[in-house]
Design a protein around this ligand. Structure first.
Ligand code: NAD
Ligand code: ZN
Length: 377
């Protein structure tokens, strides 16, 4: 096996919550049984990275290397790896697909018992770390850690993709775009001619807009408190735009009036329990479906039971419901054939050294996605 021993490389280390990331030299272990070591070429910055750093208060989730929306090239493989070889282009996956557990064998879900997430929500990291820095073990955030020049992953959590794929674009298929797009297509199952509302127009929400459009929705109402996002939403297919702050009435009432009784489908892509409630209340009774996509584990959500008794459905979606290893390569193909957009999500390109600027941009709503170019191919 072509393993080179420990690699020393650069990574952005989150030593503690609410502090800037620090570019450090870290040591990355060689791949063990069933593992591959990946040279990360590019990574997006997703709100879930910010969530861990500033909002989630997961104190035992540090020190860690963040980043979970990456793409790279296999550097070396450990014993037992037959599906990958050095040089393959890959996307690291925060939800694995072992193919053997009861979830993988069930077509109704994309969960996998082998994911870090099956037991480790409390720290948002993998139990087993492959990194050390200054003599300390460093956690792998969401099992991926793409804010690093190299990472090590089990083969059940890596998708092999087309050899001509543009890595500084398909990295977005590691999280945000499948999450929003699949939430509309797979979880909500948006139908042709339907009326949809998408709350939150970051990359996740814009991908949900794209999903509604590709599913044939006739009206797509884009909702955000930052009106700068509306122009981009039009590019992905939004037909109407509402800023909740510009109305004195609750947003659900505004949407009921606009749609003669509520939308058929609503998608919450903010991560705020009050918005989750509004999204449910914005649906039409009888058949309305509301999907939770935004991430928070800090607060309970609530709603009046009549919302569901009257026939609405409230669902959630993780990674858009896609079985990860099977579908990320398909989505890469869909991008290469023009069926889905990726270029339009990328508003900024930066280097790993600029990661704190990228985080700041997202915090202030100044970007959709920043892609960090980590290494050259
Ligand atoms: P982002 O920060 O780029 O976008 C969030 C958007 O919500 C912003 O445009 C912001 O202006 C808007 N917003 C804030 N408050 C609002 C309100 N009250 N009403 C309407 N809009 C409001 O974030 P992102 O990267 O697009 O991620 C969106 C959410 O999805 C986050 O919570 C993230 O953690 C979550 N997420 C979930 C999954 C999953 O598998 N379920 C995967 C990835 C990300
Ligand atoms: Zn993400």
């Amino acid at each position: 096996f072509a393993t080179r021993g420990v690699i020393k490389c650069h990574a952005a280390v989150a030593w503690k919550p609410n502090a800037p990331l620090v570019i450090e030299e870290i040591e990355v272990t060689p791949p063990q049984k069933n593992e591959l070591r990946i040279k990360v070429i590019a990574t997006g910055v997703c709100h879930t990275d910010l969530y861990h750093l500033f909002e989630g208060k997961h104190k035992d989730g540090f020190p860690a290397v963040l980043g979970h929306e990456g793409a790279g090239i296999v550097e070396s493989v450990g014993p037992g790896v037959t599906e990958f070889k050095p040089g393959d282009k890959v996307v690291p996956l925060f939800i694995s697909q072992c193919g053997e557990c009861r979830f993988c064998r069930c077509p109704k879900t994309n969960l996998c018992e082998r994911s870090w997430s099956s037991e480790r929500y409390a720290s948002m990291s993998d139990a087993e770390s492959h990194f050390t820095c200054r003599g300390q073990a460093i956690l792998q955030f969401m099992g991926t850690s793409t804010f690093s020049e190299y990472t090590v992953m089990n083969q059940v959590a890596v998708a092999k993709i087309h050899e001509d794929a543009r890595l500084d674009r398909v990295c977005l298929l590691g999280c945000g775009i499948p999450t929003g797009y699949g939430a509309a297509i797979n979880t909500a199952q948006v139908t042709p001619g339907s009326v949809c509302a998408v709350f939150g127009l970051g990359a996740v929400g814009l991908a949900a807009v794209m999903g509604c459009k590709n599913a044939g929705a006739s009206r797509i109402i884009a909702v955000d408190i930052n009106e700068k996002k509306f122009e981009k939403a039009k590019v992905f297919g939004a037909t109407e735009f509402v800023n909740p702050s510009a109305h004195s009435k609750p947003i659900s009432q505004v949407l009921h009036e606009l749609t003669n009784g509520g939308v058929d489908f609503s998608l919450e892509c903010v991560g705020n329990v009050a918005v989750m409630r509004s999204a449910l209340e914005s649906c039409v009774k009888g058949w309305g479906v509301s999907v939770l996509v935004g991430w928070t584990d800090m607060e309970d959500f609530s709603a009046r039971p009549i919302q569901l008794i009257s026939g609405k459905t409230w669902k959630g979606s993780l990674f858009g419901g896609y079985k990860s290893k099977d579908f990320v390569p398909v989505l890469v193909h869909d991008y290469m054939s023009g069926k889905i957009k990726l270029d339009e999500f990328v508003t900024h390109s930066m280097t790993l050294e600029q990661v704190n600027d990228a985080i700041e941009l997202m915090k202030t709503g100044g970007c959709i996605r920043t892609v960090l170019n980590i290494s050259t191919e």
